[in-house]
Design a protein around this ligand. Structure first.
Ligand code: NAP
Length: 248
């Protein structure tokens, strides 16, 4: 690996926002690890987008909710690439239901992937970053962490937890020149939101001042900024990307 190569890991990058982040972070002198757990063919397609932009890309399958798998994957990255510069904690799931009907396993699974999964990756990644005395960690939260949403108590709690995790980690890691930030997307057009009933979509759209849903690229552009030298003096922040839905 060249001395000036940047090494990036994006979790949950088989599609949607994760895939767009890979495309936005890709370029010459970049090694990108594309994580996914179930759809490895799609993750390979994400790699092709990155290689078309001059990056070296590789699928890195692991489940973010399993600490031993995360540790093994990050160790493999360090063994092969020698460093890790950027971690994007994007992997996420939704298991929506009203609280009275929400199954314990759906609460546990959403917290395990969306919050503990990010912690697992952050913990594994911060060790080599501390040794390097540099690093960028970007967590993908959500507007529902700030405004709530009926039927999403588990998801909103996990995404609000990510904000606290971001700020605590930012304070812990700042002395090693590692920045930790979050983005909080609003309604973004991906598979996660594709099955919402038309009535719900119309109601949401009516509340968005910019009068459109977001794209994965809208989110990825901000993630790429937070990973860039231009964002060197930003840490512990949450950047809202929601078309004005809330103005926090
Ligand atoms: P998506 O299209 O459903 O993609 C989710 C990705 O996460 C997939 O690649 C999926 O992999 C992966 N994943 C799920 N569980 C995983 C695990 N245990 N380990 C590793 N990877 C796992 O979702 P998206 O809309 O792009 O959302 C990406 C992130 O943005 C999520 O954190 C989501 O909560 C957040 N977000 C989305 C919106 C929105 O409106 N779409 C708004 C705010 C925040 P598989 O292919 O294996 O399933």
């Amino acid at each position: 690996m060249a001395d000036n190569e940047r090494v990036v890991l994006v979790t949950g990058a088989s599609r949607g926002i994760g895939r767009a982040c890979v495309a936005a972070l890709a370029g010459p002198q970049t090694k990108i690890y594309v994580n996914d757990v179930a759809n490895l063919d799609q993750a390979a397609q994400t790699c092709e987008l990155a290689t078309a932009k001059g990056a070296d890309a590789e699928v890195l399958p692991f489940d973010v909710a399993v600490p031993s798998a995360v540790n093994a994957a990050v160790e493999a990255v360090i063994k092969s690439s020698g460093r890790l510069d950027v971690l994007v904690n994007n992997a996420g799931i939704a298991r929506d239901n009203l609280i009275a009907r929400l199954k314990d396993e759906d609460w546990d699974q959403v917290l395990a992937v969306n919050l503990k999964g990010a912690f697992n990756c952050l913990k594994a990644a911060c060790r080599p970053m501390m040794k390097q005395r540099s690093g960028r960690i970007i967590n993908i939260s959500s507007v529902v962490a700030y405004m709530g949403n009926p039927g999403q108590s588990n998801y909103a709690a996990a995404k609000a937890g990510l904000v606290g995790l971001t700020k605590a980690a930012a304070r812990e890691l700042a002395s090693r020149q590692i920045t930790v930030n979050a983005v909080a997307p609003g309604f973004i057009e991906t598979e996660m939101t594709a099955n919402l009933p038309e009535k719900v979509r119309a109601e949401m759209l009516a509340q968005i001042p910019l009068a459109r849903f977001g794209t994965p690229e809208d989110v990825a552009a901000v993630v790429a900024f937070l990973a860039s030298p231009a964002a060197a003096y930003i840490t512990g922040e949450v950047i809202h990307i929601n078309g004005g839905l809330i103005m926090a």
